[in-house]
Ligand binder design. Structure first.
Ligand SMILES: *[C@@H]1O[C@H](CO)[C@@H](O)[C@H](O)[C@H]1NC(C)=O
Ligand SMILES: *[C@@H]1O[C@H](CO)[C@@H](O)[C@H](O)[C@H]1NC(C)=O
Length: 326
């Protein structure tokens, strides 16, 4: 029984390594769940492939920690069937925390900068290629990120504020996803200077005021926040020449933020407090040959607006907005 538990744990480590190899050779912006529980092969299968009895347990455990990105493993729980003495040996091994151990030179520098609690971000979170996954880690602040981070996911945490230094000089950042935190405040300079930021997802927070955003954005989702009447600056989206999705549902907005860039394909404004529309909100009343052909998806349902009052306002659109037409 004792041996079986240990062997099974080791089998998972090897599977984890195989999966890790596959994951780093094919970087992807999509979240990957490589929880070892999901790859529960039988020990017998692996017995024929690997002679894992030769691997010292502490080295294997170090690799398991690095692969899992799971904070709990920093103070390793006893592997099934192992006795307490072995566990104490492992806990006294500083290599578990320090990624620059001489036995693991290939991992040096992979673990990223140290967090406030003084362990590397890529042990706290999971880093694959240039993507950092920090979802669901009870974080109160944005952790310090490796310089080359391109995709940052920190959904389902408890972050309250975005500071101007949180993303400073992370010049490769392309996507930030902070869905479902407690963000109520964002420093004015938090995102402005990011030269390649394309996607910003801040849905399900408590944001009252949008800071200045970089003109490189293509996808913005600030749905389910508290922008209200004054949360969006005048002409906030005007210069975003590549913006194609703008999602602002559930914000108590009382107006449509104008002007909208020509590139825009989807504008979601459902469940706000928008009362009226002007004939030139989307179209150009002075030029009847003008067509806004990209904008195919406008949602205004859940607003106290009567779309029938402004039939001229949709002349240039490929489709009518969705909302109350009675
Ligand atoms: C009217 O709009 C069309 C299409 O966008 C454009 O080619 C034309 O120059 C515009 N005319 C005027 C008078 O602005
Ligand atoms: C919506 O506007 C149309 C056109 O002005 C009007 O006939 C209709 O009664 C309005 N509906 C409501 C519910 O106010």
């Amino acid at each position: 029984m004792r041996k079986g538990g240990k062997m099974k744990a080791l089998a998972r480590i090897f599977l984890g390594l195989v999966i890790f190899d596959a994951a780093v050779t094919v970087p992807t912006p999509e979240p990957i769940n490589y929880d070892s529980e999901a790859y529960d092969a039988t020990v017998e299968d692996l017995d024929t492939l690997y002679n894992y009895e030769n691997i010292p347990i502490d080295q294997a455990e170090t690799e398991r920690v690095m692969l899992s990105g799971n904070r709990e493993l920093l103070t390793p729980a006893p592997l099934p069937g192992e006795n307490q003495e072995e566990d104490e040996d492992e806990e006294s091994t500083p290599r578990l925390i320090d990624g620059s151990s001489p036995q693991e030179p290939e991992f040096t520098g992979l673990l990223g900068p140290h967090t406030n609690e003084d362990f590397p971000t890529c042990l706290l979170c999971t880093c694959i290629g240039t993507t950092v996954y920090c979802d669901d880690h009870e974080l109160d602040t944005v952790p310090p990120l490796p310089k080359n981070t391109a995709y940052f996911y920190s959904r389902f945490n408890r972050i309250k504020k975005i500071n101007k230094n949180d993303f400073a000089s992370l010049n490769d950042l392309k996507r930030i996803d902070l869905t479902s935190n407690l963000i109520s405040e964002i420093d004015e300079d938090a995102f402005r200077k990011l030269p390649h930021l394309r996607e910003l997802v801040l849905r399900d927070n408590k944001i009252r005021q949008l800071p200045e955003l970089p003109a490189t954005l293509t996808f913005i989702d600030i749905s389910n926040n508290r922008l209200g009447r004054k949360g969006i600056k005048q002409e906030a989206f005007k210069d975003m020449y590549d913006l194609h999705h703008l999602y602002l549902t559930d914000n108590n907005l009382d107006h449509i933020p104008l002007p909208l860039p020509e590139s825009l394909r989807a504008l979601h404004l459902q469940n706000n407090n928008i009362l009226e529309m002007h004939e030139d909100t989307f179209c150009n009343v002075k030029n009847l040959t003008y067509i806004r052909k990209a904008l195919e998806d406008i949602r205004l349902d859940g607003n106290p607006i009567n779309l029938s009052k402004t039939p001229q306002a949709y002349m240039c659109l490929p489709r009518l907005p969705i909302g109350s037409l009675v």
